[in-house]
Design a binder for this molecule. Structure first.
Ligand SMILES: Cc1ncc(COP(=O)(O)O)c(C=O)c1O
Length: 380
């Protein structure tokens, strides 16, 4: 993984530092949020300190706005990043874990049907669109017609719904990460996008300690609570999950190149698929389609021993590799008291846990790196 700051990003940040006097959350953040909403096709966006705090802030605000109670059930995948599941537990909700599928790494539909029968009272589904693949949102709403849907798009900026709209647009709440290695970077940072004004307004306050002055309804609160100092009036509990002006300057600079970056990532991904097709005895070959916005190059080895051999080969060649995101999260000590709600014997998530490897992809990756992979696979 490499930091992906260009010379022009650095010049923009340096010039901002030299000529500006405001660095905390201010007009540049607002501008970045508005450009992001336009790019995504959503009504409101909120720039925050990370993808993880985006998930936490979104979930805590949805819990408050929709009156979810402690213990209410939230459906989550068994393979995602840990801070998709962490906030569910931290906020006193109950995670219901589902197996994943091997096509888009989202929920396994067979397992989902079982869960829909067993837990028809699931209140919320926190979908992860993993490693650039859009999940099948329509199917989830069909199986859980009463549940609210949230989208973790932290790894999949620009991946698309079947109708061509971007995942995260028309969403109650969608989160994005701008940590380096993701499609664009603000060094650290995240975004929440929503089409729901009440949720947006609540999240604005919670992002900043719960301060009423962050709300569009500030005048109303002043009228309602005349005895409280208006600049220091708190109408909800809150956090400090703000980001800063410098991050927003970098974000706007990178946003201009996001579509190009997605295109390069997808070109690399296509070359990768065409390469591993020649090794279909060793690998499960994923599909390519236009709705993907590739995050990394995933290798699913048919044989576990082969996966270990390959990991060694990558180490010998100084090629960075990782498990496919969280692997089976239920194997993590942190989640050892939970289980996957299934009667299935062979879980896809375990297959991914033991047999999955991911190689990085971004706009610095090209033919040279794909050729190096080719040389390694040839010697298997
Ligand atoms: C699916 C997913 N959700 C959330 C996050 C958290 O983002 P951040 O690292 O910006 O906190 C990540 C991080 O990589 C992620 O992959």
């Amino acid at each position: 993984m490499k930091d992906n700051l260009t010379l022009s990003d650095r010049v923009k940040m340096a010039s901002f530092c030299l000529f500006s006097n405001r660095f905390t959350n201010g007009p540049k953040v607002k501008q970045f949020e508005s450009k992001w909403s336009k790019w995504l096709g959503s009504k409101y966006s909120l720039y925050v300190s990370s993808g993880s705090t985006a998930n936490y802030l979104l979930l805590s605000s949805v819990k408050e706005l929709y009156g979810l109670k402690d213990g209410d059930k939230v459906l989550v995948p068994s393979n995602t990043w840990v801070t998709n599941v962490g906030p569910v537990i931290q906020l006193g909700l109950t995670p219901i874990f589902c197996d994943i599928n091997l096509n888009n790494f989202s929920f396994c539909e067979e397992n989902l049907k079982y869960i829909a029968d067993k837990h028809p009272d699931i209140k919320l589904i926190f979908i992860t669109h993993l490693i650039g693949y859009p999940a099948n949102r329509d199917k989830y709403s069909e199986l859980f017609p009463k549940a609210l849907l949230l989208d973790d798009v932290c790894e999949s900026h620009g991946c698309k719904n079947p109708d061509g709209s971007k995942i995260g647009s028309n969403s109650l709440g969608a989160t994005f990460s701008f940590y380096f290695g993701h499609h664009i970077s603000t060094i650290e940072g995240g975004m929440i996008s929503t089409d729901n004004f009440d949720l947006y307004d609540l999240m604005r306050m919670k992002r900043s300690h719960g301060l009423a002055r962050e709300s569009e309804r500030f005048e109303g609160y002043i009228f309602q609570y005349p005895e409280i100092s208006k600049q220091f009036m708190f109408v909800t509990d809150g956090y400090n999950f703000r980001n800063n002006e410098l991050g927003a300057v970098l974000g706007m600079s990178q946003l201009k190149r996001l579509d190009k970056y997605i295109e390069i990532r997808n070109q690399n991904y296509l070359k990768f698929i065409n390469l591993i097709k020649n090794y279909s005895d060793y690998f499960i070959v994923p599909d390519y389609n236009d709705n993907v916005s590739n995050f990394c190059l995933p290798l699913l080895c048919k044989d576990k021993k082969q996966a270990n051999t390959l990991r060694k080969k990558f180490d010998e060649n100084n090629i960075e590799h990782r498990p496919i995101i969280g692997g089976n999260l239920l194997r993590q000590p942190f989640l050892s008291e939970y289980g996957i709600e299934t009667q299935k014997q062979n879980l896809n998530v375990d297959f991914v846990h033991y047999n999955g490897i991911y190689l990085g992809n971004n706009h610095f990756v090209g033919d040279k790196e794909i050729e190096l992979l080719h040389c390694i696979l040839e010697k298997l």
